[in-house]
Design a protein around this ligand. Structure first.
Ligand SMILES: [Zn+2]
Length: 92
């Protein structure tokens, strides 16, 4: 999986956009990203327990490119998740 050409934080609408090399643009809600955080702490929780902890207004405050993916820093202080590009591409 190639990295997207652009990854953009849209603070006003609470979404992230990924523009892939085939020209497709994918939009993912911040809360969806936070809910599907792939870090070991989040994966240990059941889906309902984890979802209950998520602020639906959670924002993305920073991103760090990691080569195979991106580390996302959320406004609730959670920054453990590194999202591989192929994982993000699979989001509906
Ligand atoms: Zn996590």
């Amino acid at each position: 999986m190639n990295a997207p050409e652009h990854v953009t934080i849209h603070a006003a609408t609470g979404r992230l956009s990924l523009t892939w090399r085939d020209g497709q643009t994918q939009w993912i809600d911040n809360a969806t990203l936070r809910e599907r955080c792939p870090c070991s702490t989040c994966r240990r929780l059941t889906h309902s327990d984890h979802a209950a902890q998520i602020d639906p207004q959670v924002a993305i405050v920073d991103m760090q490119p990691m080569g195979y993916g991106v580390q996302i820093v959320f406004s609730d202080g959670h920054a453990q998740g590194i999202y591989p590009w192929d994982y993000l591409a699979g989001f509906a």
